[in-house]
Design a protein around this ligand. Structure first.
Ligand code: NAD
Length: 343
């Protein structure tokens, strides 16, 4: 089946890293590629951050590859295009692999005074993308501001099942629920109960941790974790924290997966401080391409891309954020050449 991929480069370094990643996608697979616009530059041109035409193209696509966009300052009616796309297509599972690709072990990535005494880290954080405090039910009552936390049985079941299926098909051993059920007795109490109900259908280990302990343990002893499943807010925070274990923003890919389509995006933003200099690290976007191949069931191609990225890191073929001197395009070329030599 020839899949249709909508490519939205967005703003800033999105326009630099996505074309590099796209070349690798095209090199390794046969896709129908279409382009769409979104973001601040698009707004300046068309008056819209996410034009109807882009939404229509997204509807017709199987996969969306998204770069990054710049959030405007002082535009009251602004709605994040990425949040809109997640909502429109019910992309309920946010998947963030945290894989150190050998960095921690080999050159003490965290620097001379490294406080971590661990080997490779390989965790996947799966975050429920549609509910929790992010439903946007906020109001003011006199001088009190209130936000509603929405946790439904249906969404808990769906994300727990997704996490166990993910663990099963990726030969992982354990799924851990992260929650705060000791305080949020009703909402996280429900998630906890549903999680263990779903776990009964799988012959995988299942356990749970409190979110505050997890934020400490992720850095102290990340080997405790394999697949993590959690709610929207906790997942948002923990996945950013954990990304440091995998070399930081320039190396962090993510996927937003629904029943019918999926959107892949590097975790970083448009990085206006380095945009236009050609020094953005394209590896996060390239690792998104690896996740696209995992998603369509061609994991060996995903693994080959990850192997190429690791090769470049270990041989210092990297951009300045990782201590190298290469430009964005040079890194793309190195990765492409490594892959071509292996095919
Ligand atoms: P950012 O991720 O753009 O940058 C944070 C820091 O990391 C910067 O110093 C930047 O130079 C560096 N960095 C990020 N990606 C890099 C890469 N690939 N290679 C090398 N260095 C990299 O976050 P920010 O500066 O807080 O936000 C900038 C803009 O991006 C804001 O308008 C923000 O709202 C937006 N943003 C968008 C998204 C998205 O589109 N999904 C995500 C986060 C932030």
């Amino acid at each position: 089946m020839r899949r249709k991929v909508l490519v939205i480069e967005g703003d800033g370094i999105g326009k630099e890293v996505v074309p590099v990643a796209l070349e690798i996608l095209k090199d390794l697979g046969d896709f129908e590629i279409i382009k769409g616009e979104a973001g601040l530059e698009c707004y300046k041109k068309t008056g819209e951050f996410l034009p109807e035409e882009t939404i229509k193209k997204a509807e017709e696509s199987d996969i969306i590859l998204f770069g990054a966009i710049t959030s405007p300052k002082g535009v009251k009616e602004y709605k994040s295009p990425i949040l809109t796309l997640r909502k429109l297509f019910n992309l309920y599972a946010n998947v963030r692999p945290i894989n150190s690709l050998g960095l921690l072990k080999i050159n003490g990535y965290l620097g001379k005074n490294k406080f971590l005494n661990i080997d490779d880290v390989d965790i996947v954080i799966i975050r429920e993308n549609t509910e929790d405090l992010y439903v946007g039910f906020e109001r003011e009552y006199l001088d009190i501001a209130i936000a509603d936390r929405v946790i439904s049985k249906k969404a808990c079941e769906r994300i727990a099942k997704f996490a166990f299926e993910y663990a099963k098909s990726n030969n992982r051993k354990k799924v851990s629920l992260i929650h705060k059920a000791n305080v949020l007795k009703v909402t996280d109490g429900l998630f906890l109960k549903v999680f263990y109900d779903v776990a009964k259908n799988y012959s995988l280990e299942a356990d749970d941790y409190l979110v505050d302990a997890t934020s400490y343990l992720l850095l102290k002893n990340p080997k405790l974790f394999d697949v993590i499943v959690t709610s929207n807010l906790f997942g948002d925070i923990l996945s950013d924290e954990a990304s440091i274990l995998a070399g930081g923003l320039g190396l962090a890919p993510s996927a937003n997966i629904g029943e019918e389509k999926a959107l892949f995006e590097p975790v970083h933003g448009s990085a206006p401080d380095i945009a236009g200099k050609g020094i953005a690290n394209p590896m996060a976007a390239i690792l998104c391409v690896a996740m696209i191949f995992d998603y369509i069931g061609e994991k060996e191609k995903g693994d080959l891309i990850r192997e190429a990225v690791k090769y470049c890191i270990l041989n210092n073929k990297v951009t300045p954020d990782l201590g190298g001197r290469l430009k964005c395009e040079d890194v793309g070329r190195e990765i492409k050449e490594y892959i071509r030599a292996k095919l």
